[in-house]
Design a protein around this ligand. Structure first.
Ligand code: GRF
Length: 227
């Protein structure tokens, strides 16, 4: 069994960085409250004062900070302000959840191995922005979502968990986004739970998950098998 120091009485202290609606933050809040994640969201930081995610955090009694990036002369000083807030709150794991700023190498190094991101595509396909439209334009039959460790590049770090969704003939970027988002709300809490349970082993840039049973017969076809 993987040994984890975290329990409901001694929860993993999680910091979440957002810029917008915060539906992934909501899912993390819900899954901490239910006990699925042996953790507590101890701080939510937004670079946008009007991010609805801030309201979601306040409803759960979670401390929030607004750190407008435009108040800082450069990326490094902005990131240093974030590091100091996260440090003061004794944050052990940082989750990016729709945080629309690229972090500096300094920030990434500081939280190396304890910094996660969620991205609405099956990485390494379609990194960056507007990825649902890019998947539609490419004509792929499946898309999905990825939770990964953050490294110094954008959307490239070691992958923890992925969810696959079919692309339907009349999808547009918004219907596809909604289908993907639904799965994001399942896989982000699961990734954080695996982290808190100490079941993620990083070796040579790849994540090995301890004590996880995978069904070898699982497969998906789109369009379906007609034989
Ligand atoms: C999600 O699609 C996430 O994958 C991406 O930004 C979006 C954030 O949505 N990084 P929300 O703010 O969590 O609702």
């Amino acid at each position: 069994m993987a040994e984890s120091p975290y329990t409901r009485d001694n929860p993993l202290r999680i910091g979440v960085l957002i810029s917008g609606g915060g539906s992934n933050l909501q899912s993390l809040l819900d899954h901490c409250a239910s006990g699925f994640i042996p953790g507590r969201i101890s701080l939510v930081i937004s670079n946008q004062a009007d991010a609805f995610g801030l309201e979601r955090a306040r409803r759960f009694g979670v401390p929030t900070k607004v750190v407008p990036h435009s108040d800082y002369p450069d990326r490094l000083s902005f990131d240093r302000a974030l590091i100091s807030l996260l440090n003061d709150a004794q944050i052990e794991l940082v989750c990016l959840a729709g945080f629309m700023r690229i972090l500096t190498g300094d920030f990434v190094k500081f939280f190396k191995g304890r910094l996660l991101n969620i991205h609405p595509s099956l990485l390494p396909s379609f990194p960056g922005l507007h990825v649902q439209q890019k998947a539609l334009d490419a004509g792929v039959r499946f898309s999905g979502a990825t939770v990964h460790y953050v490294d110094e590049d954008v959307d490239t770090g070691p992958i923890i968990i992925q969810a696959v969704v079919p692309i339907l003939p009349d999808d547009d970027a918004s219907t596809l986004s909604a289908r993907i988002l639904k799965q994001e709300h399942r896989i982000y809490p699961q990734a954080v739970r695996l982290f808190a349970q100490n079941r993620l082993q990083l070796t040579d840039g790849k994540v090995h998950i301890l004590e996880s049973k995978i069904n070898q017969e699982d497969y998906l076809l789109n369009p379906p098998w007609e034989g």
